[in-house]
Design a binder for this molecule. Structure first.
Ligand SMILES: C[S@@+](CC[C@H](N)C(=O)[O-])C[C@H]1O[C@@H](n2cnc3c(N)ncnc32)[C@H](O)[C@@H]1O
Length: 261
């Protein structure tokens, strides 16, 4: 996603909202770009992996897994990963990467998740929540499928970038959509995002029963300095994405005294 490394630009006026977010249509181009570019491969993904920490034996749901690069990175570190995505085309690429026995499901994050309560130790959601107008039902479902003490680790478009990028500026306090033209592997496609103020994000997490543990604005992987000198300098000094770690509260501690003493 070239635009964010070079903010503030305005979304191209030609971007057509009715054609937006056709991940099935540009799955190959998106996945190829995501694989090795600065923004995903040397910034967003390493940040998610770092926030997740030691994931050995953890059951992790990759919500909006796309072609599965984060799933693969977490699986390499010992996690047991399940992926869901609304795009069958993206999931086909994930299956090609992760193997025929990978646990992958077509699912819209606006709908109930096809998993039992407490099925996962962590949910990761890389760059997907900003496609949703209403985070409430989605976060409630993520909370439901997490065990007590489990974590949701999410990255989103930074609300300050989403505000600054538009001309004229939107109402910062409102949740509004905008469509911009993005280039993936040489192919230009329209993406439509829902932007919202920072407090609407934190309020949505807490309303769903999560506790905020980390809000992060990480730096890109230093390994990218030599590979992308201009982009690295730009991304290191401007606003990129915003990252959250929020926790499902652990079970209440047993007082141990009982009521019959
Ligand atoms: C920017 S891509 C990120 C993919 C992957 N998380 C990664 O970082 O490589 C966004 C992904 O979210 C998926 N997506 C968008 N809206 C969705 C929804 N409502 N439910 C499930 N997946 C959705 C898209 O199909 C796409 O694969």
């Amino acid at each position: 996603m070239e635009r964010v490394t070079d903010v503030p630009d305005s979304p191209a006026p030609s971007a057509d909202p009715t054609q937006a977010n056709d991940y099935d249509g540009f799955a190959e181009a998106y996945a190829a770009d995501n694989e090795s570019n600065l923004l995903n491969a040397y910034y967003e993904r390493p940040a998610m992996v770092s926030l997740a920490g030691d994931v050995a034996d953890r059951r992790i749901l990759d919500a909006g897994c796309g072609a599965g690069p984060l799933s693969a990175a977490l699986r390499d570190r010992g996690a047991v990963v399940t992926g869901v995505d609304a795009s069958a085309g993206m999931l086909a690429l994930a299956r090609r990467r992760l193997g025929d026995d990978a646990d992958l499901h077509v699912a819209d994050l606006g709908d109930p998740l096809p998993f039992a309560d407490g099925a996962f130790d962590d949910v990761v959601a890389s760059l997907v929540l900003h496609y949703l107008q209403d985070w409430g039902p989605t976060l409630a479902e993520m909370r439901r499928v997490l065990r007590p003490g489990g974590r949701l680790i999410a990255s989103v478009q930074h609300p300050f970038v989403d505000y600054a990028i538009q001309d004229p500026r939107p109402d910062y306090s409102a949740t509004t959509s905008y469509t911009g033209e993005f280039t993936f592997n040489g192919r230009s496609v329209p993406l439509r995002f829902w932007r919202r103020p920072l407090h609407a994000m934190t309020d949505a997490f807490t309303a769903a029963g999560f506790r905020l543990a980390v809000i992060s604005e990480p730096q890109p992987d230093p390994a990218a300095r030599g590979l992308f000198p201009d982009g690295f300098q730009s991304l290191s000094t401007k606003i990129g994405f915003l990252f959250f770690v929020v926790e499902a509260p652990p079970p209440a501690a047993d007082s141990g005294s009982g009521s019959d003493d």
